[in-house]
Design a protein around this ligand. Structure first.
Ligand SMILES: Nc1ncnc2c1ncn2[C@@H]1O[C@H](COP(=O)(O)OP(=O)(O)OP(=O)(O)O)[C@@H](O)[C@H]1O
Ligand SMILES: [Mg+2]
Length: 160
C-alpha cells in the first residue's frame, strides 16, 4: 500500500467527527461509495451527519436500521446522499435488489456496517474504519481504486 492509499485522522468529540464528515463532502461526487466500519456507537452516524451537512442535503440523519436505506435529496445541486444501514441485511444481494446500482447514478452511497455486505460493494470504494480509543476516535480512510484514491488525496489536502 502506498502512502496515498490511506490516511488516519483522530477526532476528540462528536463535533469534530461531524466536522470531518463536512470536510470530506466537497470531495465527493455521484457514484462514490463510502463503506463505514466500527462497533456500536463508534460514530458512524455522527460522521454521516457531518457529511449530510457538507453535501447540503435535506432531512435529519439517524441510523436507518429498520428501513435499511434513507435518501437525502440535495437542497442545491444534484447529488443525493443514500444512507444505508446494513446491520439487518442478510447479504449483499439484498443491496442489489434494493437498487444500489441506480442510486450510484445520482448519489453518494454511504453504508454503516459495510463489512456485512462486503461482497456487494463496487471494487472501487472508500473504507472508513473507526476505532474507539480512550481519548479519541481514530478514523482510517483506505482507498481501493483510482477514484477512492482521489478522495484520500482530497482528504490529505483538507485542513482538518
Ligand atoms: N470523537 C467522537 N466521535 C463520534 N462520536 C463520539 C465521539 N466521542 C463521543 N462520541 C459519542 O459516541 C456516539 C456515537 O454514536 P453514533 O450513533 O454515531 O454511532 P454509530 O457508529 O452510528 O452506532 P450504531 O452502530 O449503533 O449505528 C454519540 O453518542 C457521540 O456523542
Ligand atoms: Mg449508526
Amino acid at each position: 500500500m502506498t502512502v496515498s492509499d490511506s490516511i488516519k485522522i483522530a477526532t476528540e468529540s462528536p463535533d469534530e467527527t461531524q466536522r470531518l464528515g463536512r470536510c470530506l463532502a466537497p470531495g465527493l461526487r455521484s457514484g462514490d461509495v463510502i463503506a463505514l466500519h466500527g462497533d456500536l456507537g463508534a460514530g458512524k452516524t455522527c460522521f454521516v451527519q457531518g457529511l449530510a451537512h457538507g453535501m447540503e442535503v435535506t432531512g435529519r440523519v439517524s441510523s436507518p436500521t429498520f428501513i435499511i436505506m434513507r435518501r437525502h435529496d440535495p437542497s442545491r445541486g444534484d447529488t443525493s446522499l443514500y444512507h444505508v444501514d446494513a446491520y439487518r441485511l442478510g447479504s449483499g444481494d439484498e443491496l442489489w435488489e434494493m437498487g444500489i446500482e441506480d442510486w450510484l447514478y445520482n448519489g453518494v452511497v454511504v453504508i454503516e456496517w459495510a463489512e456485512l455486505v462486503a461482497e456487494a460493494l463496487p471494487q472501487d470504494h472508500l473504507d472508513v474504519k473507526i476505532e474507539m480509543q480512550d481519548t479519541h476516535r481514530e478514523f482510517q480512510f483506505v482507498a481501493h481504486g483510482t477514484r477512492s484514491r482521489q478522495i484520500v488525496e482530497y482528504l490529505q489536502r483538507c485542513r482538518f
